[in-house]
Design a binder for this molecule. Sequence first.
Ligand SMILES: C[S@@+](CC[C@H](N)C(=O)[O-])C[C@H]1O[C@@H](n2cnc3c(N)ncnc32)[C@H](O)[C@@H]1O
Length: 379
Amino acid sequence: MDFKFTAPCHFGLEKTLSYEIKKAGGNELEVTDGRVHFKGSENTMALANISCSVAERIGIVLAEFLALSFDDVYDAVKNIRIFDFAKIDDRFPVVKGQSINSKLSSIPALQRTVKKALAESMSRHYKTVRLSETGDLFPVRFFLIKDKMTVFLDTSGEGLHKRGYRTNSGEAPIKETLAAGLCDLARVNCDTTMVDPFCGSGTLLIESAFKALNIPPCLNRQFAAEKWDFFPKRTWSDARERLKEKIIRDSEFKAFGFDKNESMVSLTLENTKKALFPEFSKLLKAEKREISDFKYDISWKNVKVITNPPYAERLLNQNQAAKVYGEMGNTLFPRDGHEIYVINSNPEFEDYLGYKAERNRKLYNGMLMCRFLMYYNRH
Ligand SMILES: C[S@@+](CC[C@H](N)C(=O)[O-])C[C@H]1O[C@@H](n2cnc3c(N)ncnc32)[C@H](O)[C@@H]1O
C-alpha cells in the first residue's frame, strides 16, 4: 500500500534527511524548511523510523487543506478516515500542533477542533457516540504553515531522538538527531578517527559510530505503529533484519572522548555500552582530560574532531568561555591535516580561538542559534 509521509527535522538538515529517506525507499520527495514529505509503503515507514538519524518522527499524512477558519478545519478533518487505522476503542489523542505565519494561531483551539472532528468521523463510522479510548495509541499531530494545514498520524510515538541509550545525560547535552546531522555534515565514515575533547554524555561519539558503521540509530527501540494491527508485524522484523545485514563490521573507525569531568567520562562509557554491541563499544574510548592538556596521538589516522564545547549561555561566563576557546586554539591547532568541526553560539568564538573557519552553517541547538564551524584545509 502507498502512503504519503511527513518527516520533520532540524532546520538545515533537510538534505541529510532526504538522502536517508531515499535510502529507506521513499520517493517523490518534497523538501521544505525543516521538513521532508515523501511517498512510500509500510516497509519504507519501518525502515525510515529505524534508520533515519536526523528525522524527529515519521508521520502518515491524513489530510492537507487550506485552513482559514475553524469551520475549514472541522469540515476537512471530519472526513479523515482515521477508522481505517483505529479500532472502535482505540485512543486517538491530538498530541501537539504547530502554527507558523497563519491566520489560525491558537494551538489548544486547533487541537480541540481536530479532536472533535476526528471523534465525529469515528462515531459515524462505528455508529456509536461511546468511544472508550482505552485501546492502542494513534497519536495525531498537525502543523499549519501559511494557512496550509497538514494533519498526520505519528507512527514513531516518542521522538526519534530517543534512541534508548541516553537515559542519563550531562548538563547541556546535544540532541541526538542534531549530533547525527553534524557527523553527516563532517562526512564521518568507516575510516574516520573521531575525537570529541568535550564529550559530556558521549552523544557525538555514539552518533558518529552509528554513522561510520551504518548502525541504524533506532534499531533497539519500539515505535507507536509497531503495536497497530493495521500493519503486519513482519514489517518491523523484516526491516530490522534488512538493516542489521548492512552494518559495517570490518572498519578502521575509532572514537576518543575527553572531558575534564570524571563523571562525564563514566557517563560516556555507560551510554556507549547501552548504545553499541560489545564488538563495537570497544572502538570507543573516553578519559578524563582538560582541553589545555589535549594532544593528538600520532597513531590516529583521518582525524575528525567534532565537538560541542561549553557555551557561554549555559555553562560559562564570557571570560571563562574566552579562556576555554583560547585553549582550544592552542591545543587543537595547528592541526596537521586533521579536520575540526565545532558547533557554537558565541559570535566571538573564532576571535577567542584565533582561527577563522573555512565554512560555517547556521543551525539551531534547541532555541539557540548556532554556527557549525568547519576547518578542513589540509595545511
Ligand atoms: C556542552 S557540554 C558537551 C555535551 C555533549 N556533547 C553531550 O551531548 O553530552 C560541554 C562539556 O565540556 C566539558 N568541559 C568544560 N570545560 C572543559 C575543559 N576545560 N576541558 C575539558 N572539558 C571541559 C564539560 O564537563 C561538559 O561535559
